[in-house]
Design a protein around this ligand. Structure first.
Ligand code: KIV
Ligand code: NA
Length: 270
């Protein structure tokens, strides 16, 4: 998969994207044949327990990105640019984008509308594939609030203007987060690059969901746009309870799990 493939998929085949943050999860995602993996700065919340994405930095993001590329060497990996890694100056932004690519990502993603279009244009000029991200942009929640975008004509116009600016700047795709369905549809029809929706309705060119959310590991997170494909929290909890119970009642380890002198010829050294 390459950015060319994703451009060609527009109007032909939907793009399925999920986030991942570690080696084994990335391996599972690649085995499942997912089109794209995002190492999102949502790692701040779901991996580190922070209350927002502002609190994660480059150092932490690079660790997650490296681990994901190790687990999914043949899958297109997008690395999120964390808060303050691209806002300070163009040179810092390009350096940080480069570090994300060096860590193994195939592209970077950064939040913002037409205000970041000149920066994206520069990055693209230097050979860095960039995914845009508009609508609800979590890094600016303190300013814009946590709510869907595109509900008013002013918001709609701004979103469309931004989407067109990012397309013009050379972004290869665009995340639409919590955008009203009609506006997301309009954007999708107005630009040449694929839109990847999260809470942006049925008519985007692709969808993205956060690992812990769609696998039901993030138990109490139940926004309207989310569909849980597994009851992960309860399944993991049950397994841990079983293990704990078996340790206490002596069921585990059983004879099958014990090393004995007689095992030496078979697998004792394992
Ligand atoms: O960080 C993230 O997981 C994201 C997706 C929600 C698009 O940016
Ligand atoms: Na993000």
């Amino acid at each position: 998969m390459s950015i060319k493939c994703f451009l060609k998929m527009k109007n032909k085949e939907k793009i399925a994207m999920i986030t991942a943050y570690d080696y084994i999860s990335a391996k599972i995602a690649e085995a499942a044949g997912i089109d794209m993996i995002l190492v999102g700065d949502s790692a701040s919340n779901v991996m580190l327990g922070n209350s927002d994405t502002i609190k994660i930095g480059m150092d932490e993001m690079l660790i997650f990105i490296k681990a994901v590329k190790m687990g999914a060497p043949n899958t297109f990996v997008v690395g999120d640019m964390p808060f303050l890694s691209y806002q300070i100056s163009e040179s810092e932004a390009i350096k940080n984008a480069g570090l994300i690519l060096k860590a193994g990502a195939d592209a970077v993603k950064l939040e913002g509308g037409k205000n970041v279009a000149p920066l994206i244009r520069k990055m693209v000029e230097y050979g860095i594939p960039v995914m845009g991200h508009i609508g609800f942009t979590p890094q600016s929640y303190k300013q814009i609030g946590i709510s869907s975008k595109g509900k008013t004509k002013t918001e709609e116009d701004l979103l469309i203007e931004s989407a067109v600016a990012l397309d013009d700047a050379g972004a290869f795709s665009l995340v639409l987060e919590m955008v009203t369905e009609p506006v997301a549809k309009k954007i999708t029809e107005s630009i040449s690059i694929p839109t990847i929706g999260i809470g942006a309705g049925r008519f985007c060119d692709g969808q993205v969901l956060v690992w812990h959310d769609f696998l039901g590991l993030n138990r109490d997170f139940e926004p309207k746009f989310l569909k849980k494909y597994l009851n992960g929290f309860d399944l993991f909890k049950k397994a841990i309870e079983n293990y704990s119970k078996e340790v206490k009642d002596g069921t585990f380890p059983s004879i099958k799990n014990v090393f004995k002198p007689i095992d030496i010829e078979s697998s004792d050294q394992k």
